[in-house]
Design a protein around this ligand. Structure first.
Ligand SMILES: NC(=O)C1=CN([C@@H]2O[C@H](COP(=O)(O)OP(=O)(O)OC[C@H]3O[C@@H](n4cnc5c(N)ncnc54)[C@H](O)[C@@H]3O)[C@@H](O)[C@H]2O)[C@H](O)CC1
Ligand SMILES: [K+]
Length: 217
């Protein structure tokens, strides 16, 4: 497995890719969504009724893009956005506008998680640094109690992506699709127990030392 990175190291690589390489962040977000779809389509998950749970940060933005792509493939499911949309990150607002423009309904509450065959967890990603707000902690507990397979986007929500410690409460995932490099928090402490199968997907973010042109010798 390639060398793992901390949340900060990943955020630095993200900024380098956007600011120095010039890759638009929405393109990276679309690639994260396509990467998760690729894993979901590999046949290990029952896609009869998919629930995407999205937060307000860019992890949520990934989730909204995933929900839109699933709908456009004719997959039955729902998108649940948790939090006040007015406080969402800019790219997450953009993803919400795109989803609605394509006709995807956006829900803000779901009564029973047990109606779904798989849940995609896009509540929090590597940006979570403080304990999960109480209400969202309750949702995480209800998701875990529903015993439905969960696929986490980048990191199981509620985990510190660097230390693998739980910040209040955290999702227990069947699988985690993480981007660019494994996160150190997926490989130790509670992270190791809650990440499930880890898929590391290339979205075009590389360490500068790995950018040396491939010599056509
Ligand atoms: N370089 C990459 O790997 C890319 C990663 N992407 C995705 O972006 C997230 C990281 O996004 P960020 O905005 O930094 O933070 P999080 O989404 O992890 O959110 C945590 C942050 O947001 C607050 N928050 C979120 N939802 C709520 C809510 N409902 N109520 C209150 N607060 C909320 C939370 O408190 C934290 O402060 C990374 O994991 C990837 O999934 C990019 O999409 C592409 C490039
Ligand atoms: K997540």
């Amino acid at each position: 497995m390639v060398e793992a990175v901390t949340a900060q190291e990943m955020q630095k690589l993200d900024r380098y890719t956007v600011d120095t390489i010039g890759m638009p962040s929405l393109v990276l977000m679309e690639r994260t969504a396509l990467a998760v779809i690729e894993v979901m389509a590999a046949g290990k998950f029952d896609l009869s009724n998919v629930l995407v749970i999205a937060g307000l940060g860019n992890n949520g933005g990934d989730g909204i893009a995933i929900a839109r792509l699933l709908m456009q493939k004719g997959i039955r499911g729902d998108l649940l956005v948790l939090g006040d949309e007015k406080r969402a990150a800019p790219n997450t607002v953009t993803q919400l506008n795109i989803a609605r423009a394509y006709g995807l309904p956006v829900q803000h509450r779901v009564r029973d998680f047990r109606n779904y065959t798989v849940i995609i967890d896009a509540l929090f990603g590597i940006g979570l640094t403080k304990p999960v707000p109480t209400k969202l902690g309750e949702v995480i507990k209800r998701v875990n109690a529903a015993n439905i397979p969960v696929v986490s986007v980048d990191v199981p929500s509620g985990l510190n992506a660097t230390t693998g410690e739980i910040l209040g409460s955290s999702i227990r995932a069947e699988a985690t699709v993480t981007f660019g490099y494994p996160k150190t928090g997926l490989l130790k402490n509670e992270g190791l127990k809650r990440a499930g199968d880890i898929y590391v997907k290339d979205i075009g973010i590389y360490k500068p030392e790995q950018l040396t042109p491939i010599s056509n010798s």
